[in-house]
Design a protein around this ligand. Structure first.
Ligand code: G4P
Length: 293
């Protein structure tokens, strides 16, 4: 689902999220592991206030493993828990429950000290469209959906999903908007399939992708395109690809548009391999190891 966001939509989305926030102890902020910053909501911290959150780096199977590891380290240094998962194949799901337990450990220990038995942790998923919210919910749900409409503070029937022993997940996610003001963020969202193609110029998206991959993943770039190294702008590469593939317009000139479509499709479908488009600070990249997802 791709939504075009207008101020009215944003206000409504925010209201809906604020309502649901009252029901939960923990937020699962779902982002795309390839672009953890670009796929986050610009106002998330303001919207969730002090609510505890786990950052879930989804689609880790498509991201550069070393960069994902560096992101986890980056968030840890900021005092945040991040976990990398692949919701499509159900990889590393247990890490989500573990992270939620870690966040609530102190509070629950205090309850125990006062002789109370802690209840299940209640959580909800928040994220921009297409980041994998439904896939994750379905993956976690299996068949454990329970209707628990009469909990205090629940005005209309909410479905909760039991996840393991310690966790209950709200069955509908909160949908928030991406950061669309920044053009580079827009390109990254388009390259990862988070926003519709027709919102941005295809040749610009492809040009950005080619330049980015050439700069950050030179070996993968060469293997993928086999373009002559003398070219070094998006437009030149597109021309070269169009001519090599025989994509010509009715005047026999290179069809940049078709070449751009091919480039974007191949980046999205991992013909270039696993890529990340947001990087943390250089320092944090140094000790990065692979994460298996
Ligand atoms: P949403 O609720 O946040 O809007 O996202 P949704 O679950 O619908 O997922 C969007 C697309 O991302 C889906 O692809 C889904 O299969 C894919 N996806 C979700 N999690 C993962 C993951 O961990 N790894 C990979 N590789 N893909 C994941 P789709 O149904 O094919 O949609 P589309 O490709 O037509 O956009």
């Amino acid at each position: 689902m791709t939504i075009q966001w207008f101020p009215g939509h944003m206000a409504k989305a925010r209201r809906e999220v604020t309502e649901k926030l009252k029901l939960v102890d923990v937020i699962f902020e779902l982002v795309d592991a390839r672009i953890p910053v670009s796929s986050s909501n610009p106002m998330l911290e303001e919207i969730i206030h002090q609510k505890k959150r786990v950052i879930i780096l989804n689609k880790a199977d498509m991201a550069d493993e070393k960069v994902t590891q560096a992101w986890i380290r980056h968030f840890k240094e900021k005092g945040l828990i991040a976990v990398a998962v692949n919701s499509q194949q159900g990889k590393n799901m247990h890490a989500i429950e573990k992270a939620a337990e870690a966040l609530m450990a102190e509070k629950f220990a205090r309850l125990r000290e006062r002789g109370m038995r802690p209840r299940a942790i209640r959580a909800m998923i928040l994220g921009i469209p297409n980041v994998g919210k439904s896939t994750l919910i379905n993956r976690l749900a299996k068949k454990n959906i329970a209707k628990t409409g009469n909990k205090p503070g629940v005005t209309k029937a909410q479905q909760w999903i039991k996840v393991g022993k310690a966790l209950e997940l709200l069955d509908t996610p909160g949908i928030l908007w991406p950061k669309f003001e920044d053009q580079e963020v827009g390109y990254k969202l388009a390259l990862t399939g988070a926003i519709k193609d027709d919102l941005l110029n295809m040749e610009d998206i492809a040009g950005f992708g080619l330049t980015f991959i050439h700069t950050h993943y030179p070996n993968q770039f060469q293997q993928w395109n086999q373009v002559a190294s003398k070219s070094d702008t998006g437009a030149e590469w597109l021309k070269e690809i169009a001519e090599r593939k025989g994509f010509l317009d009715r005047y026999g000139e290179a069809d940049y548009g078709r070449a751009a479509e091919l480039v974007v499709r191949e980046i999205r479908t991992q013909k270039v391999g696993r890529l990340s488009f947001d990087f943390p600070e250089k320092e944090e990249m140094k000790h990065a190891e692979n994460v298996d997802c």
